[in-house]
Design a protein around this ligand. Sequence first.
Ligand code: FCB
Length: 471
Amino acid sequence: MANDASAVFDTRSSAVSNDPLADPFTPPADSSLWRKNFLLGAATASYQIEGAVDEDGRLPSIWDTFSAIPGKVLAGDTGAVACDHYHRWEADVDMLVSLGLEGYRLSIAWPRVMDTTGAPNRKGLDFYKRLLNRLKEKGITTFVTLYHWDLPQHLEDRGGWLNRDTAYRFADYADLMSRELAGTVDAWATLNEPWCSAYLGYGNGHHAPGLADGRFATQAMHHLLLAHGLAIPVLHANDPASQMGIVANIGRGTPNSDSAADQRAAHLFEVQHNAWILDPLLKGAYPQELFELWPGTEPLILDGDLQTISAPLDFLGINYYFRSNLASDGAHGFREVPLEGVERTQMGWEVYPEGLRDLLTGFNRTYPNLPPIYITENGMASDDKVIDGHVDDTQRISFLKRHLAAVDQAIKAGVDIRGYFLWSLMDNFEWAFGYERRFGVVHVDYSTQKRTVKRSAEWVAKFLKERKAQV
Ligand code: FCB
């Protein structure tokens, strides 16, 4: 950062002051975050918070099956109870509202709302109707993700995302949901992070359903994106007033040295992380370099698929967490070289806000048709403890401040970014890491289900209050 003005609110590490009167969070006066139409909210996902996995006709999902297999999830944790949000949703909505948050991104559990024949499960649907109606009554902007990884197990039993038919089942599901919930959803996202579903679920087996084959990953990705593309016109037809989009997790890769080989390695990392998803969505073609990186993994694509996949979007959701440092693997790929002496979170992820800014400005150059952006997830895990009724999550305050500064910088550089959702509203089931990793701005005591607002949430609330009070 060369100019002095940015030093007050830049993206570099800054210790949060111990002085309780010092303000560790508030953005500078010229920040775009002060704009009242810049949406600030929080996000969650069904399997991570709801629990009640056997109630009211909910069917098993691939995460119920996967987390029951010993060794797949840290400490053998499962989402069976999670934050018990299925029963505590009213208090959770009150908590969201009391923090002054303006947007809420939630996901629907597909296995809760449809039976094995595709018929609606009324009880499951009613849960989401009550929840969304309440959110609307409270004036909250609602972002609903249709698929945040909890595929019905019966569909996995027929091949899951390796089976092209699943894409058509997804379109049926999108049809049902948008007919039932139209009017209560401001924005629909078809999929959350297809990279994770395809690569972690079918490519390396770290996530449900736990398969590990490179060809599976690219085929699963193709069917996921096809599902997305088939759903978009259905959502538009049923709920024309709403915005339609998709959520992608993006990864920043930087080279370990100036050598051409390491620079190529970093580039290929971003090809498989970002272009694998964004190119078919925004250019209607997979990047050829993907198949140079992973030879022999070309998926089966039928005529018209890429046209379906590249239907225009109203928004693109971006999830960002960290960067990866890369060197050449000596052949045609890359290997990760973890940097020493950098700031990391409880996940071991490097805190690197510049990565978010640089990726966003880069996409703005690469894709002339880049839709308006919402940061649909950003946040960090820390080993938070409640002490005397408080959680002093100082690293998170500093993390959020720096990442919001990065967003502001990207906006000032010309990227159309319209909002930001904290990951997450509350601590929850962090997939293969279970309950150990705490991403919430609200702490959850899993033995009592008590929620404790962390300092980070207090600061966000304070900022939102000041922003609302401005004329
Ligand atoms: C993202 C997921 C979200 C959460 C965060 C930490 O990949 O979308 O559910 O687990 O990571």
